[in-house]
Design a protein around this ligand. Structure first.
Ligand code: HEC
Ligand code: HEC
Ligand code: HEC
Ligand code: HEC
Ligand code: HEC
Ligand code: HEC
Ligand code: HEC
Ligand code: HEC
Length: 463
């Protein structure tokens, strides 16, 4: 095995603590685990719908997000749902479930945020933004300055290992097993992950010099520090079984950057300082799961968030606790959780208006990776009042009228039969059919979902 582990090199100076956990990779690395930050992948490796749904969750989230574009960007049904001949003179819908059919090139690294080098907006403070003025040392590089890759040494057992650089721990692994699915999910190497963004490549945003000293790809650590600065690098850590709250220097080795002297050595090699002397403050929180991804407008909800590093102490014993932020162009709120542990937060979300919101966990000055909350209008039928083969359906969240020129699957139904719609607004639909008798079950299929209610007779006019 070529790029073997610094573990064997360092085994003589550090005791390996046995910690049993569900893990992706090796503890200690390489390769590094995949609990914090985004999974080490590249867009072109995401070939199936399931690959996208790891972050984009489900139909429940994506259907309303796509359909919200009808109102916000004036898109038409047929812009997305194209019809193709079925071979028998009719038409069927072309596949509209396979993400890569429409999203064939990276949508993530062509966003205005990415082009403006606001990488933190999605990645959180696991990195610094190149243009935010963060500290990068100017004193001369020394024998303890980390290198972008590292240097090869011969380990005591005679094998070769990488030390003093990112590849000491962050290496690719084509056979990594995802503990959630128990299937192979490849971890990519540092040049694969960074080059996989398309930044600097023809057709992509930016330049090679965003990461390299030259357009040809010559690297120095100080250039990498334009995103991996002293501050962000020394605030990346996952809790190990050794502590109750993340504590620099007191963790088992291999869980991050500042948990253990061994971790310092991975980057600095000959640095034998005290781990608690590192410039660690609020360790960057990682947000990996939510009890709910879509909420109903106008209702308070309790949300459970899962992840890592939600709380920590620094070298001086100062405690850093989480807040939850929810924002979009018009709203920005910061919430104090009712309960939290290192890996779980309970927070009460106030009533929100329908729309798409950014969701993050924050700790004094740092934010997690970005997640979303889709707040959908409440779909409800108040009443279905029938008289003379006409039903007036009142309620909320019916959305825009379905198209009349082709079968969209949306509309008003009596059992399996679609009936004629005379008018359709967000709160009122008028449908006509001879079978609209008292007690008949009416189903309304809208962009926001389907809902049913029985017809009741119009109340007798009383004077
Ligand atoms: C590692 C997590 C992750 C994976 C995997 C992922 N996405 Fe995303 N995606 C995000 C985040 C975070 C954003 C930014 C927030 C948002 O708009 O939801 C985003 C945004 C987007 C956007 C909107 C970009 C814009 O213009 O604002 C599209 C489109 C998209 N993703 C499509 C896809 C497709 C298609 C796949 C699979 C090929 C995919 N994503 C896989 C996390 C992911
Ligand atoms: C911006 C592209 C876009 C537009 C515009 C759009 N759709 Fe969709 N629609 C989608 C995608 C993508 C899916 C599937 C999402 C998924 O697989 O999670 C979908 C799913 C659906 C479904 C299946 C719903 C479900 O719960 O699975 C229906 C029905 C539908 N669309 C009807 C319409 C109608 C009618 C219109 C016009 C009023 C429309 N769509 C406009 C992209 C769009
Ligand atoms: C039938 C074509 C089509 C398919 C299939 C499709 N999308 Fe989209 N999607 C679009 C279009 C068009 C837009 C709007 C323009 C854009 O951002 O590229 C969009 C936008 C998005 C957005 C951003 C919406 C926003 O709020 O701005 C996300 C996220 C997204 N798609 C994810 C996915 C994922 C994940 C899948 C697979 C489950 C998928 N899409 C399948 C056509 C499609
Ligand atoms: C709109 C959200 C978004 C923005 C803004 C963004 N990224 Fe990403 N980034 C993602 C998503 C989602 C992935 C995983 C899927 C992919 O590669 O497209 C990713 C993956 C990556 C990866 C590989 C993943 C890993 O863990 O190594 C690197 C490197 C990266 N981005 C760099 C950047 C840089 C540099 C910028 C700023 C110039 C940036 N990103 C801005 C969403 C974003
Ligand atoms: C001593 C081993 C070690 C070395 C050396 C190392 N890392 Fe890490 N790094 C880790 C571990 C462990 C994690 C946490 C992995 C997890 O649980 O997700 C991590 C996480 C990260 C993360 C956040 C999560 C992610 O995967 O994006 C970034 C960013 C990162 N490292 C950058 C670097 C950079 C840049 C270098 C080189 C300057 C480097 N690391 C060197 C062990 C190391
Ligand atoms: C988002 C950051 C990023 C961008 C942009 C980027 N690279 Fe890299 N590149 C890396 C990282 C990280 C590595 C791995 C560490 C190293 O070898 O320095 C790497 C490695 C390399 C290497 C040496 C390893 C190899 O693959 O043989 C070359 C050569 C290189 N890049 C060339 C380029 C060129 C040319 C461009 C522009 C087209 C470019 N890079 C754009 C981050 C980047
Ligand atoms: C323009 C910003 C930028 C620059 C410059 C940059 N990176 Fe990264 N790097 C990222 C982002 C973004 C991530 C992904 C963080 C996450 O997981 O969300 C990342 C992640 C990493 C990781 C953690 C493993 C992984 O793939 O997630 C390593 C190691 C790393 N970078 C090494 C390097 C090296 C070496 C250089 C210099 C050659 C470099 N980076 C330059 C933005 C950058
Ligand atoms: C992921 C790699 C990485 C790890 C792990 C790491 N460091 Fe660093 N450290 C760096 C980098 C990069 C610099 C900046 C070096 C430069 O540019 O000269 C740095 C700089 C420093 C500095 C100088 C800060 C300044 O103000 O100039 C100290 C002190 C330090 N590290 C201590 C530690 C200690 C103690 C640990 C373990 C608890 C540790 N480091 C772990 C990458 C790392």
């Amino acid at each position: 095995m070529k790029n073997k582990i610094i573990r064997s090199v360092l085994a003589t100076v550090v005791l390996v603590l046995g910690a049993a956990a569900v893990i992706w990779a090796n503890t200690p690395p390489p390769p590094a685990n995949q609990f914090l930050g985004l999974y080490d992948t590249k867009f072109s490796a995401l070939t199936t719908r399931e690959d996208c749904l790891v972050c984009h969750v489900s139909d429940e989230v994506l259907v309303p997000r796509h359909h919200a574009l009808i109102n916000t960007q004036g898109m038409m049904c047929l812009d997305c749902h194209t019809m193709i001949p079925d071979g028998a003179g009719g038409f069927v819908f072309d596949d509209f479930r396979t993400c890569s059919k429409c999203h064939s090139t990276t949508p993530h690294h062509v966003t205005t945020k990415a082009a403006a080098q606001d990488c933190v907006s999605c990645h959180g403070n696991f990195i610094d933004n190149p243009l935010d003025g963060h500290y990068v040392p100017s004193y001369p590089a020394s024998s303890v300055t980390p290198m972008p890759v590292g240097r090869q040494v011969v380990a005591p057992d005679g094998s070769s290992a990488i030390v003093q650089g990112c590849a000491a721990c962050h290496q690719g692994d084509p056979t990594a097993i995802d503990p959630k699915t128990n299937t192979v999910r490849r971890i990519y190497s540092n040049n694969d992950t960074h080059h996989g963004t398309g930044i600097g490549a023809p057709g992509g945003i930016g330049n090679c010099t965003w990461c390299h000293d030259t357009e040809g790809g010559v690297s120095s650590m100080r250039r990498c520090e334009s995103c991996h600065g002293v501050k962000s690098l020394h605030n990346i850590q996952k809790k190990s079984a050794a502590t109750a709250t993340i504590t620099p220097g007191a963790e088992a080795l291999g869980y991050g950057h500042i948990g253990n002297n061994w971790d310092c050595q991975g980057c600095h090699w000959s640095w034998y300082g005290n781990a608690s002397g590192s410039p660690t403050t609020a360790i960057v929180p990682a947000l990996n799961g939510q009890s709910s991804y879509t909420l109903t407008a106008g209702r308070t909800t309790t949300l459970t968030l899962t992840g890592a590093a939600f709380t920590n102490v620094d070298g001086n014993g100062m405690v850093y606790n989480p807040t939850v932020t929810i924002s979009n162009a018009t709203t920005s709120i910061s919430l104090t959780p009712s309960q939290f542990t290192d890996s779980e937060i309970q927070v009460s979300i106030p009533a929100l208006q329908a729309g798409l919101y950014d969701l993050r966990v924050a700790k004094q000055g740092v934010v997690s990776n970005l997640a979303n909350l889709t707040v959908a209008p409440e779909l409800a039928i108040k009443a279905v009042i029938g008289s003379k083969a006409t039903a007036t359906i009142t309620g909320t969240g019916f959305g825009s009228a379905p198209p009349a020129d082709y079968k969209s699957g949306l509309g008003v139904f009596l059992g399996e039969t679609q009936i004629k719609v005379r008018s359709w607004s967000n709160t009122k639909i008028v449908a006509v059919d001879n079978n609209l008798v008292n007690g008949a079950m009416v189903t309304v299929k809208t962009l926001n979902g389907a809902i049913s209610k029985a017809v009741t007779a119009a109340p007798k006019k009383t004077r």
